[in-house]
Design a protein. Structure first.
Length: 376
């Protein structure tokens, strides 16, 4: 069976978020299902020529000839040419690995929906183009033979938003955790990072593109409230997003600014090392469709404080401390509890590792392959 595996993020230069999902699922499909031929397809790539060549050589990536601008226009407004037209071998199933824009195809069609945040919470996604997602979702609901949701939370949102009964086509398939996050690592790879705390200084870790949705402002406010009771610094991993004026106002607050360290984008190896030495991973996100970073941090042995909303309780189970993400006092109390209570921290680490082990990419791939077979 030949799968056209459409994902622009697969060809992206940065490896977090949707790019991680597309690569990890692809790798597990290729490893566990030798009867499947999965061809990654993208309309564009942010990598340089050498990077694109590496992807072509390693994964047989196909870049579509019409590029980033004309491909979505043709598919959105003309519904042509079909994606299978550009592949050499006959295609049995087309899988759009995320909601981006409508994909032209005449083959059985599978779509993965990670979240519909821009449609139901536009206040958290001001720099996106919701009309593109709206068109893509409309096509998925009308045309997709199967819709994969990465959480029950996302599946419920999708049915509520669409006002349709999609039960016969929706499949909840959780993401997985790469085995690499469970392995012991060293901090040698961190020497190239600038602006980390001095060796021996304990720190709390937060990851993700800086934006209001990630709630960094309230993290800093919470830490400012308890700065006299714990010595911890805050390390922020991720690029700057939108809404930075308010976030920078908190980051530059003289009361705590000297204990905040922005390190930008990091490699997977560096991320694993940071998880393994951080005292706490803090993730009080205001909205998540899944929340893979909480699982990765737990796999690496880092205790977690996270939000009690949307998909996060579904993913984390009983392996973290939950907070109301809008309550600075709750965030501060949870951080203080973990940092000052060694037995609580040990218990969270134990439960976190056990929980993370139940989420594997091989299991995810097996369920996705079964969906391919059901629609082909």
């Amino acid at each position: 069976m030949h799968i056209a595996y459409f994902s622009n993020q697969f060809a992206d230069a940065e490896g977090h978020g949707l790019a991680r999902y597309s690569h990890q699922l692809y790798s597990s499909l290729r490893k566990t299902r030798l009867d499947l031929k999965v061809t990654p397809v993208a309309a564009w790539s942010s990598r340089n020529a050498d990077g694109v060549k590496q992807l072509r050589d390693a994964y047989n990536l196909r870049l579509l000839p019409w590029g980033r601008r004309w491909t979505p226009l043709a598919w959105t407004f003309l519904d042509r040419p079909p994606i299978e037209h550009w592949l050499d071998d006959p295609v049995d199933v087309v899988h759009a690995v995320s909601l981006g824009y409508p994909v032209a195809t005449r083959k059985p069609y599978v779509v993965t929906v990670h979240d519909i945040g821009p449609l139901i919470h536009p206040e958290f996604f001001e720099k996106t183009s919701p009309w593109i997602m709206k068109r893509s979702l409309k096509q998925a609901m009308a045309k997709a033979d199967a819709i994969i949701c990465v959480s029950t939370s996302t599946a419920n949102e999708l049915e509520s938003y669409s006002n349709q009964n999609l039960a016969d086509r929706i499949h909840v398939v959780h993401e997985g955790v790469s085995p690499s996050f469970f392995r012991k690592t060293t901090s040698e790879c961190l020497t190239s990072l600038k602006n980390l705390p001095a060796p021996g200084v304990p720190f709390i870790l937060s990851t993700g593109k800086l934006s209001p949705r990630k709630n960094v402002g309230r993290i800093i406010q919470a830490l400012s409230q308890i700065s006299d009771t714990i010595p911890h610094h805050l390390v922020l991993v991720g690029a700057s997003g939108w809404g930075m004026a308010e976030i920078l106002k908190e980051i530059n607050n003289p009361a705590f600014a000297h204990r905040i360290h922005q390190v930008g984008y990091v490699s997977d190896e560096q991320l694993r090392a940071l998880y393994s030495i951080a005292s706490l991973y803090i993730h009080p996100s205001l909205y998540e469709g899944f929340g893979l970073t909480v699982l990765e941090s737990m796999a690496a042995g880092c205790p977690v404080v996270t939000s009690n909303v949307y998909s996060l309780p579904e993913v984390v189970g009983d392996a973290a401390l939950f907070v109301d993400p809008y309550s600075v006092a709750e965030i501060a109390a949870a951080i203080q509890s973990v940092c000052l209570d060694a037995s609580l921290k040990t218990d969270l680490v134990r439960r976190g590792r056990a929980r993370a082990k139940t989420f594997t990419w091989d299991r995810c791939a097996g369920k996705v392959a079964a969906i391919y077979e059901s629609v082909a």
